[in-house]
Each structure stands twice: as structure tokens, then as C-alpha cells.
Design a protein around this ligand. Structure first.
Ligand code: ADP
Ligand code: MG
Length: 620
């Protein structure tokens, strides 16, 4: 019989290993080191912060600041885990105002690199330094140096090779480091930042630069000068203040790299705030594009919990719904004020860049040029237009090609151009022909200062949408009954879902009845929806309700469903149109004042000036 006490399999981990494990959460790559060190410098009240990097930060990250510094007693604890000067009692967690508070960054960094801290508080004559070499903390010794703190982190992950293997190329790591520095610089006025790589200066902002100046330094003048300011003060809502800038839709991107929210000086990726911005740009931006905006939010720290995520990039808002409403309103107002033009010039530039592509193939769909074209200059001399107009043999009065008027517009009984007063000349001018139809899709005509191209399908879609919306608001959606109900096959769960919303769908003009466990019968649709693809439309509606997770009466769902109807009913893609039909279409759209983008925010018209043409032909 074995009398030996069995050896325990469980053992407490040595502190170095604990720190290395903790480091895994906080320190993933050089950029995380940069973030932690620069945040510490900001918390220390620095006015100037310099970051030197070597080999993408893997070989060296050195952050030098002129902040409050640390005494020798502080340095004894700087690498100790869970040691912080920013949090004293559990209550403090409820109103964190500093960027750091967990006291784990320095210990984590020290355990996975060769670190040295040299510091001197501005009041003391003598400075001190201490090292942490991969978890082995040295003695605090006297050292010279300027007031403030310098922290050097060398050979990141030298003792954890597995992690080192996950690092990317130098250029990628460097880009991430720079990204972190720029975000922090955008978040904090009053602090100057300098960043160098292998001795080369890559970025700098002076302490007195304001947000727009900082954006200009980071992303260039074209963007900075096009921004529209947002400012909101709601002192009764937890001291809520919003300040920042939104960019015109044409700056939108595929990624969110220029969509920045800062909360109390902290950059964050937050779902609620992201939705706020999406809402702010709704109708101005197509679904897959991300807006460009730089927004600083300050809010009583008691209304946000920042202690949710180790990297603190996600937070939890109390009263999130109210906050959402307030912010969306402020943003929509600002977005509407941006210059939503798609000047032809940028398309011409894109055309030149994309050598070899036939312009007609895709320059109108250039993903970089969202929004809509400049409005024609008001009050342009009439002669200018008519003199160009008379040149063409297909001038007005030409018999129409298909000769079918458009009852869906004609029924609105709009005023003809001649019935209008002279003061409205310029708006009439915008719809006057003659038009050439290209590819049965685009309408092209001369304008007083160039030419414009209209996407007839997109325009018709927009018009149908606006008319549907108007009917709905007036509570008079005219429903066209189907002689024979259209039966649409669905899944069981889809039938159940749609079954819960029959009444609200009826208000939208969609008259449905359950027709068995796996099908619905469509009895009627809004009369404005012409030649609909019924099955497609029902699927669209289901998809919208499911995706938004809201009932059909929610504004967002209503809008989307109307978009879908407009889209499904648009008969004008590939239709040959007479001048008369074109005029009718344009007049109605003009009257509704919404003829610049389709409901999904694709432009409906793009305008080129003579200047654009001169550039395209290298005359200038
Ligand atoms: P935290 O920032 O969460 O407090 P850290 O591990 O990042 O934890 O830093 C530990 C402590 O070291 C800080 O609380 C602060 O007192 C001190 N410290 C770190 N960097 C600096 C600096 N650049 N200037 C002054 N004090 C610093
Ligand atoms: Mg910190």
C-alpha cells in the first residue's frame, strides 16, 4: 500500500506567468504598447508626447512625456500588477475619468519585453529609473533626465515566441501604431504629438491645434475643409455634449477606419454609436458604405460603464435609447448640411486614373463618388441654354417615340413649364430637354454650363418612393385589389411572422391573408406600385422585418418597405421613353424636391461642367 502523500497537481502560478497571461488580453502587438504608454502620458497631464518606434515598434517603442512624472516610491510599484494611482475605492469605478484604471498595463508589458522607465516629477531635482526585463523587476536607482517620464519597451515578445509569431509585417505593425497615435491625437486637444519611425518623423500636431487642424494633419486638407461641424449641449442629460465633424457622403468608405467616436477622451467602437451614425446618414449613403465622421462625446462618467472590455473599446450606456434619439437628431441635421454634390470633376479624375477602362462602363458607378451632383446655378441666363438647345434636331415638339403618356405622373396634374412664373425659371430649366437616351437607361442633356446625365430608373424609384410616403402620411394609400389573389409560398416560420403584422401591413397598402401553413395570399398592393414582382416584394418585407427586428409600424421598417416597393415597381429600367414622358417624370420629381438621389442614396444625376470637359480633354 502506498502511504506517500500524493503530490498536488494544482499549483499557484508564478507571478511572471500570471502577468504574461494577463498581457495576452491587453498587449497583442506593438500598437497596444503604444496605446497603453501614450494613455498613461495623457493621464499624467502631459502637454507634449513623443513616440519613437523602430521596426514597426517590435524592436522599440519609446514614449517620452512632460507630465507629472513618478517619484522613486512610485517607481517601486510601477511594474507591480494591479497597482494604479487612478483608482482608490470600489466607488471610483463608477466615475472613471482617466484613460487607465486597472493598473495592469505596465506589469503586462514588463512581463513580455525589456522595459525601462526613467522619470522625474517636475518639482524634484533628481530622477529615478527602474527596469523590468521580461518579468524580472530591478532596483530603483537614481537617474538624470528631463522632467516627465520616458518609457522604453524593447524586443516585444522576445520571451514568448508563440506570440511573436503572430506579428505581421513591419509596415502593418507600424500602420497600426500610427493609427493609435493619430486617434489619441484626434481625441485630445491641448496636447502635442510627434511620432517617428527609425528616426523619420511621420506625424506631428502642435498642442494648440483644434480638432479640424488635427484632422487636416491626419487626413489632408480636402477632407478637413469639407467637414460640417456638429455641436450639441444637453446639460440636463448627464452633462451631454457632442462636438465634432461629419464629412459629405462622397468621402464614404468601405471600412470604418475614418469613423471615429470618442467618449470622454477615449476612442471607442460601440454598436449604439455606430447605429447613431448610420441613422444620421440614412438616405444619404448606400447600405454598404461607411460614413466619415469624427465625433467627441462627453457624458457624466456615471452614465457609462467603461469597465466592460479589457481594451476599454466597448462601453455600456445607461439610458441608451434616449441618448440615441438625441444624437441622431443632431447628426442628421449636420449631415443634411454637407455638400452632397457629386461633381463630375471627381469622376473625370477617376476616369483618368483608371486607364484602359471604357468610361461608359463604370465611371458612373465609381464607388468613391456617392451623393448627388451640384444643382445648376440659379439664374443662369436663359439664352445660354436655348441657344445650345436649338442646335439639336431632336428639339422639343418632336413626336414621341412610343407616344404613351405617363398616367402615373400625368394624373398629378402638374403645371407645365409655360404656366410658371419667371421666378421659377431655373427650376424649370432643370427639366427642360432635349434629352438623348443612352442604353435605354441614362438621359443626357446639355445644361447652361455643361451637361448632365440622369439615371431614369433611379429617378423613377425615388419618385415612386416619395409618392408612396406622401400617401401614407396623408393616410390615403390607394390599394389596387388583385383580381386573382397571388399566392406566395413561404416557410412556416415566415408565415407565422408575417401573420403577426397583417394589420400594420394593411396600413402600408399590403393586403394579405394567411392561406395555409406555408403560404399567404396577396389580395392587394398600393396602386402606385406598378407591375410588381409580388413574390419578391413579400420576401423583401419579411426580410426587412426580420433584419430590423422591429414591427412594420416602426419608422425604419416603413421606410425600408416603401423603398422596396419603389424598387420592385420601377418599370423604367430599359424602357424607351419619349421626350414627353421624360418631361413628365422630371417635372414630378422636381416638384417633390427629391430628385437628387434614389431611395437607396445612389445618385440619380451627375453633372459635368465645361471645366470638367476641358480637363478631360487636357485643354486645361
Ligand atoms: P493604470 O494606467 O491603469 O493606472 P498602468 O499599469 O498603465 O495602470 O500604470 C500604472 C501606474 O504607473 C499609473 O497608475 C501611474 O501612476 C503610473 N504611470 C505610468 N505611466 C506614467 C507616466 N507616463 N507618467 C506618470 N505616471 C505614470
Ligand atoms: Mg495605463
Amino acid at each position: 500500500m502506498n502511504t506517500e502523500t500524493p503530490q498536488a497537481r494544482i499549483a499557484a502560478l508564478p507571478p511572471t506567468v500570471i502577468n504574461q497571461i494577463a498581457a495576452g488580453e491587453v498587449i497583442e502587438r506593438p500598437a497596444s504598447v503604444v496605446k497603453e504608454l501614450v494613455e498613461n502620458a495623457i493621464d499624467a497631464g502631459a502637454k507634449r508626447i513623443k513616440v519613437d518606434l523602430e521596426e514597426g515598434g517590435v524592436k522599440l517603442v519609446r514614449v517620452c512625456d512632460d507630465g507629472c512624472g513618478m517619484s522613486n516610491a512610485d517607481l517601486e510599484l510601477v511594474f507591480a500588477p494591479h497597482a494604479t494611482s487612478k483608482l482608490f475605492t470600489p466607488d471610483d469605478l463608477d466615475h472613471i475619468a482617466s484613460l487607465g484604471f486597472r493598473g495592469e498595463a505596465m506589469a503586462s508589458i514588463g512581463s513580455v519585453a525589456r522595459c525601462r522607465v526613467v522619470s522625474r516629477p517636475p518639482g524634484s531635482e533628481l530622477g529615478h529609473e527602474v527596469e523590468d526585463l521580461g518579468g524580472t523587476i530591478g532596483e530603483v536607482v537614481e537617474a538624470g533626465g528631463a522632467a516627465g517620464t520616458t518609457i522604453e519597451v524593447r524586443d516585444l515578445f522576445y520571451n514568448t515566441p508563440a506570440r511573436r509569431r503572430f506579428l505581421k509585417r513591419t509596415s502593418t505593425e507600424l500602420a497600426r501604431c500610427l493609427d493609435v497615435i493619430q486617434r489619441l491625437a484626434l481625441a485630445h486637444d491641448g496636447i502635442g504629438f510627434v511620432a517617428t519611425h527609425d528616426g523619420r518623423r511621420l506625424f506631428d500636431v502642435e498642442p494648440d491645434m483644434d480638432l479640424r487642424g488635427r484632422i487636416r494633419r491626419t487626413f489632408g486638407a480636402e477632407l478637413a475643409d469639407s467637414l460640417v461641424e456638429v455641436r450639441l449641449d444637453e446639460p440636463t442629460f448627464g452633462g451631454l455634449a457632442l462636438h465634432g465633424f461629419v464629412a459629405p457622403p462622397r468621402f464614404s468608405r468601405r471600412d470604418t477606419s475614418r469613423l471615429m467616436w470618442f467618449l470622454n477622451g477615449r476612442f471607442l467602437r460601440d454598436k449604439l454609436l455606430h447605429r447613431v451614425l448610420k441613422e444620421g446618414y440614412r438616405g444619404f449613403l448606400v447600405e454598404q458604405r461607411q460614413p466619415v465622421a469624427f465625433l467627441r462625446l462627453s457624458l457624466d462618467p456615471a452614465l457609462v460603464d467603461v469597465n466592460v472590455h479589457p481594451q476599454k473599446s466597448e462601453v455600456r450606456f445607461r439610458e441608451g435609447r434616449r441618448l440615441f434619439g438625441i444624437l441622431v437628431r443632431a447628426l442628421r441635421e449636420a449631415v443634411a448640411k454637407t455638400d452632397i454634390a457629386t461633381p463630375g470633376a471627381s469622376l473625370v479624375d477617376a476616369m483618368h486614373k483608371r486607364e484602359g477602362t471604357h468610361p461608359g462602363q463604370n465611371w458612373l458607378q465609381d464607388p468613391g463618388s456617392q451623393g448627388n451632383p451640384e444643382r445648376a446655378r440659379d439664374g443662369a441666363p436663359e439664352g445660354a441654354e436655348s441657344s445650345r438647345g436649338t442646335v439639336y434636331p431632336w428639339d422639343r415638339g418632336q413626336p414621341s417615340e412610343v407616344g404613351q403618356p405617363l398616367p402615373r405622373f400625368a394624373e398629378e396634374g402638374s403645371a407645365t413649364p409655360s404656366e410658371r412664373g419667371a421666378s421659377e425659371w431655373s427650376s424649370v430649366d432643370q427639366i427642360r430637354g432635349p434629352y438623348i437616351q443612352v442604353d435605354k437607361t441614362y438621359l443626357v442633356r446639355a445644361t447652361p454650363d455643361g451637361f448632365e446625365v440622369i439615371d431614369q430608373h433611379a429617378l423613377h424609384e425615388r419618385l415612386t418612393y416619395e409618392l408612396l410616403l406622401r400617401d401614407l402620411r396623408a393616410g390615403q394609400v390607394e390599394v389596387q385589389g388583385l383580381l386573382v389573389p397571388d399566392v406566395v409560398e413561404l416557410s412556416k416560420s415566415e408565415v407565422e411572422l408575417i401573420g403577426q403584422h397583417l394589420d400594420s401591413l394593411k396600413k402600408l397598402g399590403v393586403d394579405l391573408a394567411i392561406f395555409g401553413p406555408k403560404s399567404v395570399a396577396v389580395h392587394g398592393l398600393p396602386a402606385r406600385v406598378k407591375r410588381p414582382n409580388v413574390e419578391g416584394l413579400i420576401n423583401d418585407i419579411l426580410h426587412t422585418i426580420e433584419e430590423r427586428g422591429m414591427p412594420p409600424e416602426a419608422d425604419e421598417v416603413v421606410e425600408e418597405v416603401l423603398h422596396r416597393m419603389a424598387c420592385r415597381s420601377s418599370v423604367m429600367a430599359g424602357d424607351t421613353l419619349s421626350q414627353e414622358e421624360i418631361h413628365s417624370l422630371l417635372t414630378r420629381a422636381r416638384e417633390l424636391g427629391c430628385d437628387q438621389t434614389c431611395p437607396h442614396a445612389r445618385p440619380t444625376r451627375v453633372r459635368f461642367t465645361v471645366g470638367d470637359l476641358e480637363r478631360a480633354f487636357h485643354r486645361k
